[in-house]
Design a protein around this ligand. Structure first.
Ligand code: CMP
Length: 146
């Protein structure tokens, strides 16, 4: 299988890209730079500027959110928060096995989302989930303090 077919198969199986036809999946693959990371390598670090977001094509990563870890796998994305908000990275994301990803530079993200509105809506849903998770943690913490 060539690189494009591998990428299309990987993205097509992810909830974020469900329902997108081959043409759209190809467009997404064209937008991103293919990058890879070894197990144990930090991909983004908390506090760094947000220069790009990433979509995982193969492998897995972990997000360290205040000592709690979220595992991300094929088709998941990360690194969007700092890019969208123009603020430093919220968390460190580390490859936990060899990881292949698409890197979408910050300068291209807006054009990418305007071309692929279904992906934009899917990202919005995931962002709300992440915000709720942070809110739940805060509620638990405040509940514990009081
Ligand atoms: P960013 O802040 O750019 O860099 C770290 C990334 O970790 C962040 O974007 C999100 O993509 C991801 N992230 C942060 N918090 C969570 C969370 N609670 N669950 C899953 N991913 C998260």
């Amino acid at each position: 299988m060539d690189d494009m077919t591998v990428g299309i198969t990987a993205l097509g199986s992810a909830p974020l890209f469900a329902g997108l036809d081959r043409e759209h999946l190809e467009n997404i693959l064209r937008f991103g730079q293919r990058v890879s990371f070894d197990a144990g390598q930090d991909i983004v670090r908390r506090g760094d500027p947000g220069d790009a977001m990433y979509i995982i094509v193969a492998g897995a990563a972990e997000v360290d959110v205040g000592g709690r870890f979220h595992r991300l796998g094929q088709g998941d994305f990360f690194g969007e928060m700092a890019v969208v908000a123009g603020r430093p990275r919220e968390a460190t994301v580390t490859a936990v096995e060899h990881l292949e990803a698409l890197r979408i530079p910050a300068d291209d993200l807006q054009a990418f989302l305007l071309e692929e509105p279904k992906v934009a809506v899917g990202m919005l849903k995931s962002l709300v989930e992440r915000l709720r998770e942070v809110q739940d943690r805060l509620d638990t913490w405040i509940g514990g303090v009081w």
